[in-house]
Design a binder for this molecule. Sequence first.
Ligand code: PMP
Length: 374
Amino acid sequence: MPERVDLRLPLRADLVDEQPYGAPQLDVAHLLNVNENPYAPPEAVVRDIADSVAAAATTLNRYPDREFLDLRADLAGYLAGESAAEGLTAHHIWAANGSNEVMLHLLQAFGGPGRTVMSFAPTYSMYPEYARDSLTEWVAGTRRADHTLDTGEVIAQIEKVRPAVVLLASPNNPTGTALPLADTRAIAQACASTGPGGAATVLVIDEAYAEFRRDGTPSALTVLGEYPHLAVARTMSKAFALAGARVGYLAAAPELIDCLRIVRLPYHLSAVTQTVARAALRHTGALQAQVAQLREERDACVTWLREQGFTVADTDANFALFGTFDDRHAVWQGLLQKGVLIRETGPEGYLRVSIGTAEDMAAFRGALKEVTGR
Ligand code: PMP
């Protein structure tokens, strides 16, 4: 690297010492650090995706469908089946290049200077970055020691801060904690007039990992119709095994979706992305075939970690947060040396492991035993 020179670029003062976000992308045998689905798309799905892209390629001289209503209708159909959500149409759906972009749209539309976005730590580490990038003030409330939310406390904090947007991940990253539906309801109710100037606070339930939830944990989608200021974000990056395609989406009242349409860049979702997502949705069953197995691996992993004496948060996601370690970095490094890449994230002393194949998990267990001497 050449020595750093003063380029005199007018980088915003608040970005000067910032680093680009992202976990290490390393070439190791067991990639268990970014909560991907370890199973590649099956051959029949790959073929349908490739054929669909070939067809789309014949018109790539034209801009794509800016409103992508076909994809939005397909996503509405998927959610209706997956979560027993009623009354969803294409007009209740928004999509973008990953749910990260969907949530950035939310902050571009509802945040901004003089406004606040709130969440409850520890939570997804991109949330403060959406705030920074949209010039919205970031306020982090707290969770209980077991990482669950104290609903009364959450509502009290929302009433005090009066944020324009509240982001709640359920299951939460990095803890795996799901938010019970009764709590979502109570918080949504409280948000009806806590926003700027007596407007509502937009309550976003980020369900990136919803398909991995344990039985008896209903999706917030089931109460969507009751709250015009509620938005439920999802992604095709996890259960759909489609992280590389970059497709995230959201369901909300059409009035809320219309606000997001104002801030999106024209044609933000490429024709290739739209066609890949639609092809994948035709094969939902095949792409999500391993979700049940990943859930079983997760539960087995949690049980095993507890048997070894670790503290493990209850998890409804495809990862587990475990600890505690006096020197978590040394454990992370030790695992990496054995070809197992996990994530150094979350509260001090904890590590997060994504759930992989049975082979990945056996490698993880073996490496962790060796590294910690348990
Ligand atoms: N929400 C949560 C809670 C996540 O953990 C992630 C990805 N790690 C995302 C949203 C974003 O995922 P994507 O942009 O791939 O949809």
